[in-house]
Ligand binder design. Structure first.
Ligand SMILES: Cc1cc2nc3c(=O)[nH]c(=O)nc-3n(C[C@H](O)[C@H](O)[C@H](O)COP(=O)(O)O)c2cc1C
Length: 206
């Protein structure tokens, strides 16, 4: 089993999404001792925002023309390869200003590649990063059940992942962390309880 772990909270060891994602990884590794885990810590090692060089490198018919563009294509290719090699993708994300952190958005910008992770045909867009199980750990300060219109975190991520072919997404939400440590700890436990069943499915499918 190949596991790709994407971490994106700048709060590092204080982070609830990191804590629950770590439990997910411990469970998966416990059930699959031979599992290989690749971690991309986007808070520690953020990707450069995409720019003109990136667009030329990845989209121009002539391909990259400069060393900078070749380096960007190589980085994007490596991230795509990591994603395509994964059987399970574990993503930890905080909610930042009602959506995902810009570091995680940058990762999506690097892996959403026409011809590699999606394609267009007369039948419409087709996701190419298929056959993966995604476990999404989403922490947020507020609670959005009563106001889902403001939640651009989980719905956005599920939409993009689905566009790339990842439709098997289990969401573990850690909600209301801004309401104090007691409520936050309860949310961590609720997410962890939900985890067990998901890991059973992942282990069986591997
Ligand atoms: C810069 C910043 C912006 C935030 N924006 C929101 C927000 O729009 N909505 C919300 O519910 N919580 C927001 N929060 C609170 C975080 O989502 C909350 O602290 C969550 O636990 C962060 O995830 P983590 O514990 O994995 O770091 C924000 C936190 C920071 C630091």
């Amino acid at each position: 089993m190949n596991i790709l772990h994407i971490s994106s909270s700048a709060r590092r060891s204080q982070s609830y999404s990191n804590r629950v994602a770590q439990r997910v990884l411990d469970e998966l590794r416990g059930r699959n001792p031979g599992a290989a885990v690749v971690t991309r810590d986007l808070a520690r090692d953020p990707l450069p925002h995409i720019d003109e060089d990136f667009v030329t490198a990845t989209r121009s018919p002539d391909g990259p023309q400069t060393d900078e563009q070749r380096a960007l294509l190589k980085l994007s290719d490596a991230l795509v390869d990591e994603l395509l090699a994964a059987d399970v993708v574990v993503i930890g994300t905080p909610m930042i200003n009602f959506t995902i952190p810009s570091t995680l958005k940058s990762w999506l910008d690097y892996v959403a590649r026409a011809g590699r992770t999606f394609s267009y045909s007369e039948a419409g867009p087709k996701g190419l990063a298929t056959g993966k199980q995604v476990i999404l750990v989403a922490a947020k300060g507020g609670v959005y059940a009563g106001n889902p219109a403001l939640d651009f975190q989980v719905p956005y991520l599920k939409s993009v992942l689905g566009f790339l072919g990842m439709t098997d997404v289990e969401v573990l939400e850690v909600e209301g962390t801004a309401y104090g440590p007691e409520i936050a700890e309860k949310a961590v436990e609720a997410a962890s309880n939900k985890l067990q069943a998901r890991c059973d499915r992942a282990a069986v499918a591997a």
